[in-house]
Design a protein around this ligand. Structure first.
Ligand code: FES
Length: 177
């Protein structure tokens, strides 16, 4: 006599049903932060949670990858005077261009011909990379906007201007002053 057996698939283990740990998400949008919790999220968390993350090296790892806007600006400003940031011809009049100095992202602006400024490109809101916009600087994460002349906040949630970096025109280039 043949017996029949019905095989019912086992339900997934609870841990398998949970999504894998994912990087932190900014709250206002679905933007993922590349280095885990933001500083703001850590500050909002409990002391124990922040302590656990710090103990695991998370805070140190992130601060190494994503300096604060001020730290980034200070790092660039500490570069050898005369260090070329970008060719002046590459900076649009009435606009800006992104550049790197010593591994740090900077924005060089030229509001009027021959008037140049440079700023850290790290948004003062939650640290996203600010980009050249249309006659302004724009953070794509939550739409903070900054002025070309002094990086003053024109709109959005950014709490303060982008830190400035002293630069000057030398010959055909914009250099660290
Ligand atoms: Fe939120 Fe820039 S990170 S506006």
């Amino acid at each position: 006599m043949r017996s029949t057996t019905t095989v019912t698939p086992a339900p997934p283990e609870p841990s398998a049903a949970l999504p894998a740990a994912s990087p932190a998400r900014h709250e206002a949008t679905d933007v993922r932060c590349a280095c885990g919790p933001t500083r703001r999220q850590l500050l909002r968390g409990t002391g124990a949670a922040a302590g656990a993350l710090a103990g695991a090296g998370v805070v140190a790892a992130c601060s190494g990858q994503t300096p604060s806007p001020q730290e980034a600006a200070e790092s660039v400003s500490a570069a050898e005077p005369g260090t070329v940031v970008v060719a002046l011809a590459d900076v649009p009049v009435g606009g800006a261009v992104a550049a790197k100095v010593g591994g740090q992202d900077v924005l060089v602006t030229q509001p009027t011909e021959g008037e140049v400024h440079a700023f850290s490109a790290i948004c003062t809101h939650e640290g996203c990379a600010v980009t050249p916009g249309d006659g302004e600087l724009l953070c794509p994460c939550h739409q903070s906007r900054y002025a070309l002349t002094d990086a003053a906040v024109l709109g959005g949630p950014a709490p303060e201007p982008l830190p400035s970096i002293e630069v000057e025109v030398s010959g055909d280039d914009v250099v660290v002053a």
